[in-house]
Design a binder for this molecule. Structure first.
Ligand code: FAD
Length: 354
């Protein structure tokens, strides 16, 4: 009110506009992914990132899909301390994260809520949907944000992480962002919970036609590794194998080592392209970005595109038979040696996992 009164007496219209836009109410919509009744860690990082957009930021979280797990996830989201509203799009049109119906959903939800910001994680889910939604809303998204310096000021890596660029968003609302979850770590959800849950509201899908649900892409199948290993994006330890492993059969040594260490398995693009392991394990510029406490690289040369994905690791250990391999320039510890000798020795000396 005080600001408005001050502006009422001001004859300078441009000053009024500038001040008003500076104090403009921030309301953020977080596009979240859920699994097994929980919000995925990467989406919780997206919620975490909204904290730096400004004080008095009202955060709504959008969840879509169908079935009991959606409702469980909504309950969990409603207990998050930063979330003031949970929006639920309950329809089998959103069972699979296909870009067309989900982008249309974001468009519909934004038209009703008129958010200043829309944020999602920079994972395959967010990177698939956000650009299409941005096109529908006629704005230019800012991707891979690693730091939120203000409501419209962001830092993102460029040149495969070799330089950081600070970007001021000057476009119209909504300001759409994908954030790197490794840059916005979160405490566990239970540590976050609040006693009074946020309201859960159903999204009105009456304007959503059958055509909106059918796009150029269609869901074929989901194939993922049935494993108890930690998720690569959030693991404390990552053991990565490169082309130096030479075959899918040899790569099993990396998996055994990861099992003993309770680690996630990663791979270089060369190892993925050679068919040693599936694409979902690729680490790097065009794969997953990791930030573990310990990153172990076996038979990995250290190409810049691979390093772009491991820069935030606390300790990097490299094993390579070539002493001049670039990986040694970023490694904290290294062994110049043959991985076919080093891994069996490690497997022998490390205690069995209890
Ligand atoms: C646009 C673009 C995006 C890319 N994105 C990615 C990405 O996201 N992730 C990624 O990883 N790459 C990416 N790449 C590919 C990248 O440039 C490299 O080609 C790739 O990372 C190399 O993988 P590598 O280290 O396994 O293989 P190589 O470069 O062939 O290195 C193999 C290493 O193994 C060592 N070695 C061999 N045998 C042994 C042994 N017995 N014991 C110990 N060491 C041994 C060798 O000395 C060598 O250093 C991208 C490339 C482009 C152009």
């Amino acid at each position: 009110m005080a600001i408005r009164a001050m502006l009422a007496v001001s004859r300078n219209r441009s000053l009024a506009t500038a001040v008003l836009s500076r104090y403009r109410f921030i309301s953020t919509l977080v596009l979240a992914e859920h699994e097994g009744g929980s919000i995925k860690a990467s989406s919780l990082s997206a919620v975490e990132a909204t904290k730096s957009l400004g004080e008095d930021n009202s955060v709504s979280i959008l969840l879509a899909g169908s079935g009991p797990s959606l409702r469980e996830a909504a309950q969990a989201a409603s207990c998050h301390p930063y979330v003031s509203q949970v929006l639920l799009a309950d329809s089998d049109k959103f069972t699979y994260p296909l870009a067309e119906p989900w982008a249309k959903l974001l468009h519909v939800v934004h038209k009703k809520g008129n958010y200043s910001h829309i944020v999602t994680a920079s994972d395959s889910f967010g990177k698939n949907i956000l650009p299409r939604a941005a096109a529908l809303l006629d704005v230019s998204p800012i991707t891979d944000v690693i730091e939120v310096s203000g409501s419209h000021l962001f830092v993102r890596p460029i040149y495969a992480g070799n330089a950081l660029s600070t970007i001021q968003y000057t476009g119209s609302d909504p300001c759409m962002l994908t954030i790197r979850s490794t840059s916005f770590p979160v405490a566990s959800m239970s540590a976050h919970s609040k006693s009074i849950a946020a309201a859960i509201e159903q999204v009105d899908l009456s304007t959503f036609s059958e055509d909106d649900a059918v796009g150029k892409s269609k869901f074929v199948k989901l194939s993922s590794q049935d494993t108890e290993r930690p998720d690569l994006g959030n693991a404390r330890i990552v053991v990565t194998g490169g082309r130096g492993l030479k075959s899918a059969e040899n790569f099993k040594m990396i998996e055994k080592l990861a099992e003993k260490l309770g680690a996630a398995v990663g791979a270089t693009r060369a190892a993925v392209d050679a068919g040693f392991v599936p694409n979902e394990l690729q680490v790097g510029q065009t794969g997953k970005i990791v930030a573990p406490e310990l990153y172990m690289a076996f038979g990995v040369s250290g190409a810049i595109q691979h390093l772009a994905g491991i820069r935030d690791s606390k300790v990097i250990v490299a094993i390579n038979k070539d002493a001049d391999a670039p990986i040694f320039q970023v490694a904290d510890y290294g062994i110049v040696g043959d991985l076919f000798e080093v891994i069996p020795e490690l497997l022998e000396k490390l205690p069995e996992k209890k």
